[in-house]
Design a protein around this ligand. Structure first.
Ligand SMILES: NC(=O)c1ccc[n+]([C@@H]2O[C@H](COP(=O)([O-])OP(=O)(O)OC[C@H]3O[C@@H](n4cnc5c(N)ncnc54)[C@H](O)[C@@H]3O)[C@@H](O)[C@H]2O)c1
Ligand SMILES: [Zn+2]
Length: 365
């Protein structure tokens, strides 16, 4: 038996939009209400092979062009961006067209940036197929491409018209990519909802088994938390920064170990550093840090960062977009369910936390 489809709204006045969450939604006709005739479906070859036909069947009443980008973070660059625009222009897409992203965060971020900029902005729809994209990147309107000088350096806020989350897609996702989405769920529990964190602890085995009911509940609660934060602060002037828990440290790991560490893995190790920093300051209970560590372990995520000199850490941390005048802005947990953003200039304390949470044997799967 599958759960009934659930719907949430991201409340952003005239830019409000629905998120539908359920099983087998890719077969649904119409896929989205009020879609225009002219559609560009952006995906990549493996996802197109798995789900492209199903989506095109559901869009049979429309004129659909499919564009496959490469299957890696490298595809999220200026060359691909230009190639997608070429396709839109070659096929005479007008301002009434829509762009649909079918894939993970790479496809979603790139397709969203195309939609944000083509003819000063066209309609955009998200069909996220990784757990990370379903609980995080497809919601909230951040779109971006990378530059050789750094990740996500070129981007825009452009909210989708709707998000369609088909939980059935997760069955084909490799384990490593799957658990990266779980890392973002742990983050939501820590920053905003202690009860959800407890629920994750109680359902960790079901989630690792990809139980459909547990998954739908977890995705719904994650999207609800993100939607609430985005509704309060669409452009990250305040509370939205909480979503970066573990990310300042995580980005440093991702940058240095691009080929061996995935985003969610680096975030997991980053969350452990942030939690340890607070334990060492006497501002988070050790038992809370231990609960976080145990949950990440149950999700087969790394809890220790790889070895890196502190000079290198400092260089990478200061490159973060959240750095102002040499002071890092850190998201720090003060309890499970509660975190805050703080300017931090005590580098010795940061070093101590990093050293205690690094290991020569820290590795991904
Ligand atoms: N916009 C935002 O708010 C936001 C938030 C977080 C992350 N991001 C971005 O998201 C990207 C990472 O996203 P990701 O983790 O989804 O990675 P990804 O898009 O690279 O997908 C991971 C892998 O899974 C494959 N895949 C996708 N769906 C599948 C399925 N259902 N079955 C089998 N294989 C499948 C992909 O082809 C890829 O190889 C990064 O570029 C990051 O910067 C954006
Ligand atoms: Zn993230």
């Amino acid at each position: 038996m599958t759960s009934a489809t659930q719907q949430l709204t991201v409340e952003l006045h005239e830019r409000s939009y629905p998120i539908d969450i359920g099983a087998e939604l890719l077969h649904r006709t119409p896929l989205f209400p009020a879609l225009p005739k002219q559609l560009l479906l952006v995906t990549n070859a493996p996802i197109n092979a798995l789900y492209g036909e199903t989506v095109r069947r559901a869009l049979a009443a429309h004129h659909v062009i499919t564009y496959c980008i490469g299957d890696s973070e490298h595809a999220k660059g200026i060359d691909t961006y230009a190639a997608v625009l070429d396709t839109l222009i070659q096929h005479s897409f007008n301002r009434d067209c829509a762009i649909i992203a079918l894939g993970g965060g790479v496809v979603g971020d790139l397709a969203g940036f195309v939609a944000a900029t083509y003819q000063r902005g066209v309609a955009f729809y998200q069909i996220p197929t990784t757990l990370l994209a379903q609980v995080d990147s497809s919601v909230g309107g951040k779109t971006a491409i990378n530059h050789s000088g750094g990740k996500n350096l070129i981007g825009a806020f452009h909210q989708p018209q709707a998000v369609l989350i088909d939980t059935t897609c997760l069955a084909s996702l490799p384990l490593r990519d799957y658990v990266c989405g779980l890392a973002e769920m742990v983050k939501y529990g820590i920053i905003a909802d202690g009860d959800f964190f407890t629920w994750l602890e109680q359902h960790s085995a079901a989630l690792m088994a990809r139980d459909p009911h547990a998954l739908q509940t977890a995705i719904y609660r994650s999207c609800a938390i993100k939607a609430e934060i985005v509704a309060k602060d669409e452009r990250e002037q305040s509370v939205r920064a909480l979503l970066n828990l573990g990310h300042t440290f995580g980005h440093a790991i991702e940058t240095e170990f691009t080929s061996t560490w995935k985003h969610g893995e680096a975030v997991a190790a980053g969350i452990m550093i942030a939690a340890t920093l607070m334990v060492q300051q006497g501002r988070l209970q050790l038992t809370d840090q231990q609960r976080i560590e145990r949950l990440l372990e149950q999700f087969q995520l790394p809890t220790r960062a790889p070895m890196m000199s502190f000079d290198r850490w400092q260089t990478l941390l200061q490159r973060d977009k959240k750095v102002q005048a040499g002071t890092v802005r850190l998201v720090v947990p003060t309890a499970i369910g509660q975190a805050q953003v703080e300017p931090w200039s005590d580098w010795q304390a940061i070093q101590q936390a990093i050293v205690s949470m690094s290991s020569a044997t820290a590795k991904t799967r």
